[in-house]
Write a protein that binds this ligand. Structure first.
Ligand code: NAD
Ligand code: ISE
Length: 339
């Protein structure tokens, strides 16, 4: 296959970002079709990238000229497109979350297992970030001894108009849920959510902000994550692992450090687009290369399912503050040993 022909469903913020990177930086592919429920938005994007504009996501998936599908529509719509792509036997890259609902994830696991071959990848791009990779390598090297705790922050500049308390966990916190189990290579057994004082400046109905997710893993590592939708100063992702003999911390993205006017400072990126640019590039280049080689290895439907189950439990216990046990459905052999 010369060029992988990709169809993109959802031409909003990240859909457009991905289409741009597919045409400018990712080699061996082209965007041949797009679809969006906002037809005008889809047509604008189609004319910019020279792709066909489909009537619907379903039509795009069935198009014979589409080899592989990239889903970048709203969270709750992911599962139906993933299932349709699997039914067609087409590789599908689905932005996170795989679904906000566990029953959807289980249907996807069933459908993919029945095929007997992995064709679903979930957009947990942090696994491709050089900082997180270095952090994982340091933990695995044993330099800090056994890990005991992880302290993390997920701070957005300002909350999106649609953001709710539950979404803060299922849409933003889901990255943290995935990356912590990937860093430690173990599953969660317990979770809890704490609700600090509400941010009075950025009040919004249905959004308790900030929130703290607490997780405990099988070996007893405890993880605290500040989920903060309205930092007011930038998009800031922090993570520090504390071990028996030392600590190791996620680096801030490389940039210049300025010492001037009595201060020492560096820029905090405004959003995920610029904070994780290289990670998205590596993630999609690997996906394109692996799809062409007919064997994908990136974050799987099982990873998406574990993250979804964890987020659902945290969503359920967030108001009561109670500590809840976490358990997962049976992991089909098909997905074992994939960290
Ligand atoms: P957005 O609102 O900017 O864009 C979503 C687009 O999907 C909109 O144009 C909307 O009209 C379209 N859409 C909604 N339902 C649809 C449907 N059923 N069929 C076709 N199109 C539909 O949102 P966004 O920020 O681009 O987020 C899109 C998805 O990407 C979300 O699931 C989000 O969680 C994920 N995302 C991931 C990252 C990351 O860091 N990996 C970053 C941002 C967004
Ligand atoms: C967004 O959907 C993303 O996935 C970003 O990576 C995340 O940091 C942000 O909080 C989400 O809303």
């Amino acid at each position: 296959m010369e060029k992988l022909r990709i169809g993109v469903i959802g031409t909003g913020a990240i859909g457009r970002e991905h289409i741009k990177r597919l045409s400018e930086r990712i080699v061996g592919c082209e965007t041949v079709a797009v679809a969006d429920v906002d037809r005008d938005a889809a047509e604008r994007v189609a004319s910019l990238c020279g792709a066909k504009c489909c009537e619907s996501g379903e039509e795009l998936i069935l198009s014979p000229e589409v080899d592989a599908v990239l889903v970048a529509s709203w969270d709750a719509t992911h599962a139906k497109y993933v299932l349709a792509a699997v039914a067609e036997g087409k590789y599908v890259f689905c932005e996170k979350p795989l679904s906000p609902e566990t029953k959807d994830c289980e249907r996807i696991l069933e459908a993919e297992s029945a095929l007997g071959k992995r064709i679903v990848q979930v957009g947990f791009m942090r696994r491709f970030d050089s900082g997180y990779r270095a952090l994982k390598a340091a933990i695995k090297s044993g330099v800090i001894g056994n890990p005991l705790m992880i302290h993390a922050c997920h701070r957005n500049m300002t909350h999106a108009a649609t953001m709710t308390s539950e979404m803060s966990i299922k849409n933003a916190g889901i990255h943290e849920i995935d990356i912590m189990r990937w860093l430690l290579e173990e599953e969660y057994v317990q979770g809890q959510v704490l609700l600090p004082r509400q941010n009075g400046i950025s009040r919004k109905e249905n959004l308790q902000d900030p929130q703290i997710m607490l997780l405990r893993t099988e070996s007893g590592v405890t993880i605290d994550v500040e989920l903060n939708q309205s930092s007011g100063y930038g998009y800031d992702i922090q993570c520090e692992a504390v071990g028996e003999e030392g600590t190791v911390r996620l680096p801030d993205p490389a940039t210049v450090v300025t010492r001037a006017r009595g201060a020492c400072s560096f820029e905090v990126r405004p959003g995920w687009e610029t904070r994780f640019t290289e990670a998205y590039d590596i993630e999609l280049q690997q996906w394109v290369d692996e799809v062409k080689a007919d064997r994908i290895t990136g974050p799987s439907a099982w990873d998406g399912t574990v993250a979804c189950h964890t987020a659902v439990v945290l969503g359920e216990c967030r108001e009561s503050g109670e500590i809840r046990g976490i358990s997962y459905p049976h992991c089909p052999d098909f997905y074992k040993n994939m960290f």
